[in-house]
Design a protein around this ligand. Structure first.
Ligand SMILES: Cc1cc2nc3c(=O)[nH]c(=O)nc-3n(C[C@H](O)[C@H](O)[C@H](O)COP(=O)(O)O)c2cc1C
Length: 539
């Protein structure tokens, strides 16, 4: 008997849980000869080389969040700057004869399943067209042209100038290593990428609005995915389209005019996608999960949040650009060092959705994730288990469902952080994160607890959105950790139900979707670091 899409995707979730005695299925070893290429190329597509930023856009730490910054003109150089600071390379690392690139965004296993496409209007240096971004070359590959006047329909529809950015996922890049849990990781990465784009846009004084009313079919039509012959299992799957814009008509319609989508369906798309590896393992469950959570067209639901005062007393002395560029994942922490309480509170505060404030104003809908925090070493705060609410709607329910003995003691007046139970949770935190020491040896770590079952049952595509939201929260923590002289690491490997048991949650009303840890990093002295674009120094 076949499941409904909702039951099917919930079953995917259940089946891909890690348990202490049983991990989700994967190939179980690293098939290095067959590792997928992390860089997609459309061979034969005309190339537009992009300039690199001579100087980052001005602005300190809080420029990442400031609404209404001066709006930069829509030029190719500024679009290139946006890409460089979001989806570009951040460094190369070398060790013992091998070398690998890192990017502005993190990615599970550094496998980078997310690709970026742009729909640009006519501008000096580039014709109106649909482009794929190559982070390795810092270049655009022109996949298709379209008549410039078509864009004027879009401008009239949106009520403002701008361009479209689209994200896609290549599941095989992640499933090569992680097997059936990889669909989750691809979606975490989409969230990281979306937040990275939103932050970079903010530095140029631009906003970003996800066109969440569109169906996946419309997204793949616009990006030409339906008119491209991909090598089997190397396909790009549509994630989202968003408008990067200067503001204007409020709210921005979260869809596209039908004639625009229809026009792209007749367009010729150039370029032959490269094959990413020699052979594939077909994790059918992943293709099925994608199908079950495919998005239909839905009504737009513009949502406004409050904009409570941001905790800013502790702003970093680093520039926003420097914070973005130095983001890295910690691999080891100095156990003896903690972080001050004001820094901790300021980091949490940045994860609250605020109207017009990056990144959670991107239009994904009502926030559904909260933080279950293991405080290990925050100066001025007793170690213990804490809960941070990102949406008051869920608080009464979580309190009712969670262990009755929890204290729910507010930490600061008017701030939605509560002490549940004091104590040393270092061991517990490491255990629930697949015994990873970094979850117990830093200043704090956390699980992101999503309101889950009812959301996914109502609209199965929101399974992906919940993971996107978790990736966005992760991106905020990565940048906030850097801003405060610490470092973070996203943690996709955790024992799902062991986390739920800590709260005594026994059904799927709330589920932990992603973990994160923050502390003072210990560097690995064996690694050499090279600049991000040293390989293009002659260009
Ligand atoms: C969704 C996701 C899950 C991750 N899971 C883990 C993890 O379980 N353990 C870990 O040590 N690092 C984890 N990482 C960190 C990646 O290994 C890291 O991002 C990647 O190696 C690239 O390095 P960079 O972040 O320094 O650029 C994760 C990152 C992401 C985005």
């Amino acid at each position: 008997m076949s499941d409904s899409p909702a039951e099917g995707i919930l079953r995917y979730h259940e089946q891909t849980k890690h348990h202490p005695d049983r991990y989700a299925r994967s190939i179980g070893y690293m098939d290095w000869d067959n590792q997928p290429n992390p860089f997609r190329v459309y061979e034969g597509a005309p190339i537009v080389s992009l300039p690199r930023l001579a100087r980052d856009p001005p602005g300190g730490h809080l420029a990442l969040y400031e609404p209404d910054r001066p709006c930069a003109p829509l030029t190719l150089a500024n679009v290139a700057g946006l890409l460089e600071l979001s989806m570009g390379l951040s460094a190369w690392k070398a060790f013992s004869g091998s070398r690998w690139s890192l990017r502005m965004t993190p990615s599970s296993g550094n496998l980078h399943p997310t690709d970026t496409h742009l729909v640009l209007p006519d501008m000096p240096g580039c014709d109106a067209g649909i482009y794929h971004y190559s982070p390795l070359q810092h270049a655009l590959e022109r996949r298709a042209e379209y008549p410039g006047e078509l864009w004027r329909t879009a401008v009239a529809h949106f009520g403002c100038e701008g361009f479209l950015a689209g994200l896609t996922s290549i599941f095989w890049r992640e499933s090569w290593k992680y097997g059936e849990r990889a669909f989750r990781y691809c979606n975490h990465d989409v969230g990281h990428a979306l937040a990275a784009l939103r932050f970079a846009a903010n530095l140029f004084g631009w906003r970003l609005t996800c066109l969440t009313a569109l169906s996946d079919e419309a997204v793949e039509t616009v990006l030409g995915l339906r008119r491209t012959d991909y090598p089997p299992l190397d396909e790009e799957h549509p994630d989202l389209l968003c408008l990067v814009h200067a503001g204007g008509q409020q709210p921005i319609p979260q869809t596209l005019p039908e004639e625009l989508v229809a026009a792209f369906d007749k367009t010729h798309f150039a370029g032959r996608p490269n094959a990413l590896s020699r052979a594939h393992v077909d994790w059918e469950i992943i293709g099925r999960a994608a199908e079950l959570s495919r998005k239909p067209a839905t009504p737009a639901e513009p949502l406004r949040f409050e904009r409570p005062q941001m905790i800013a007393a502790d702003a970093s002395t680093l520039t926003a650009g420097a914070i973005i560029r130095r983001r890295r994942s910690a691999t080891d922490f100095d156990r003896r060092r903690g972080i001050p309480r004001p820094h901790f509170l300021a980091m949490l505060d940045k994860t609250r959705p605020r109207d017009g404030v990056a990144p959670f104003d991107a239009g994904l809908g009502e926030p559904a994730l909260h933080l279950l925090i293991f405080v290990h070493h925050v100066e001025g705060l007793q170690p213990g288990l804490y809960f941070f609410s990102r949406n008051d709607r869920d608080l009464p329910e979580v309190r009712r469902l969670a262990r009755p003995e929890f204290a729910w003691e507010p930490v600061e007046p008017g701030f939605p952080l509560f002490l549940l139970a004091p104590g040393n949770f270092r061991q517990t935190a490491a255990m629930v994160s697949c015994h990873q020491d970094i979850a117990g040896s830093g200043a704090f770590s956390l699980g992101m607890l999503a309101r889950f079952g009812d959301i996914v049952r109502r609209e199965p595509f929101r399974y992906r959105y919940l993971f996107w939201e978790s990736g966005m929260i992760g991106q905020v923590f990565y940048l906030e950790a850097e801003a405060h002289g610490a470092r973070g690491t996203g943690i996709g490997c955790f024992f799902d139900d062991a986390v739920h048991e800590l709260l005594d949650l026994t059904d799927d009303r709330y589920q932990s979707l992603y973990h994160f840890t923050v502390g003072h990093p210990l560097e690995d002295p064996r690694l050499t670091t090279l600049p991000p674009y040293f390989h293009l120094r002659d260009r």
